[in-house]
Design a binder for this molecule. Structure first.
Ligand code: GLA
Length: 387
């Protein structure tokens, strides 16, 4: 765990006047490959990272749930358990409120409680800060209520909170990996039905670098939803339920029926689903050169056909491609800014990070922030030894 729990314990006591009863954690993620496939019923291959949101909590008397965050200014937000839970202001509190509404809808009786969140997942940086907030809120509320629910169901409740309370029509990937991640494993998730396989990703000779452009993305501003709609209209014209059910031949054969955007979006999705499954085979065979080539192909497709990259992400991938010891690189997450990932030989990773930072700074006048990550554990207690 990157975050020590002493800090949040102290701040909780200062804010609420007593010690927390428990502390839970939920990680952010990077996706190795399988981008913009989840809402098309496709496959994704994310890992949980060791940056996370902590939620310290303690049940109280009464019927009020108080929500505060170390990262947010202002008095705690709150909601009443005897009234309908509704979204409002401050915006950040809509995520935990949406989760609470989803739990209540599932028949879970929530307890009045105080919660304090503290996160080292950069907000809006493409590492799933919002999913880690949702999942940590869910675990705190479930722990206080003395209830447990199935992992995938929990992810679905958090996804619904994001749709209905935050206005982002996201897929299931971010919430699922935050809940289901395992140390040393990448999660191959079938987003059609929640079936999954945990794929070993723990070779000590490899290092995954995350390069944060610091270009903030906002998935509520329409670009994400527009792509989702283009995928759905392409699927309808192809006569399939979802693009998962199409392949490259079907897409090119239907080129005249599709608008330009529908064609390029569909081409990305069907090729990306195929690349994801091939990447798993490559990973299982220890063929990182092949895995890396698939990463580059994924990036090109996201840049040219899906149009969700930006010049900062393209620059990082291009710089990485020219360096010795790099297997592959690509943007990760929704795009429009955020982070790129670089799969590198561990022995050369320091040098690779330094070279990219130097050249990136020369081009943009400010550095990108590069840090190594590994496949970390999914959400759970912050006080046990899972991490
Ligand atoms: C965001 C969404 C995910 C997924 C990715 C793109 O992170 O929250 O559901 O669609 O974008 O792969």
């Amino acid at each position: 765990m990157t975050q020590p729990i002493a800090g949040i314990q102290k701040r909780f006591s200062e804010l609420y006047g007593r010690a927390p009863a428990g502390i839970v954690r939920a990680p952010g993620r990077v996706n190795l490959i399988g981008e913009h496939t989840d809402y098309n019923d496709g496959f994704v291959l994310p890992i949980a990272i060791d940056k996370c949101t902590l939620a310290a909590f303690a049940p109280t008397d009464g019927r009020t749930v108080n929500l505060a965050s170390v990262q947010q200014e202002g008095a705690p937000a709150s909601f009443d358990l005897d009234a309908d839970i509704e979204k409002g202001s401050p915006k950040w509190a809509n995520y935990p409120k949406g989760v609470a509404a989803g739990l209540v809808e599932k028949g879970i009786e929530l307890t009045a409680m105080d919660i304090l969140f503290d996160s080292d997942v950069p907000i809006g940086g493409g590492l799933s800060s919002s999913a880690s907030l949702e999942v940590s809120a869910a675990l705190a509320m479930l722990a206080a209520a003395g209830r447990e629910i199935d992992d995938y169901e929990l992810a679905l409740i958090c996804q619904k909170a994001e749709h209905e309370f935050a206005g982002t029509p996201c897929g299931i990937m971010d919430q699922a990996i935050s809940v289901m991640g395992q140390s040393g494993r990448a999660l191959l998730l079938d987003c059609r039905n929640g079936e999954y396989r945990q794929i070993p990703f723990d070779n000590p000779d490899l290092l995954l670098l995350v390069a944060d452009t610091k270009v903030k993305h906002d998935l509520t501003d329409g670009g994400y939803a527009a792509r989702r709609d283009q995928c759905y209209s392409a699927a309808a014209k192809l006569g399939v339920k979802m693009l998962r059910d199409a392949d490259a031949d079907m897409v090119s054969a239907a080129a005249d029926k599709l608008s330009d955007k529908e064609l390029t979006r569909a081409r990305h999705v069907v090729s990306e689903i195929d690349r994801t499954l091939r990447a798993v085979e490559a990973m299982e065979a220890g063929d990182y050169a092949e895995f890396g080539q698939l990463m580059y192909a994924s990036h090109t497709s996201l840049r040219d056909d899906y149009e969700v990259s930006c010049e900062e992400l393209d620059e990082i991938v291009e710089l990485a491609a020219g360096l010795e010891g790099v297997y592959g690189a690509r943007m990760t997450g929704g795009g429009f800014g955020g982070c790129a990932i670089i799969l590198a030989r561990a022995a050369q990773a320091d040098n690779i990070a330094a070279e990219i930072t130097k050249n990136y700074t020369a081009r943009f006048g400010h550095p990108c922030v590069i840090f190594p990550t590994r496949a970390a554990a999914g959400a759970g207690s912050a006080q046990d030894n899972r991490i």
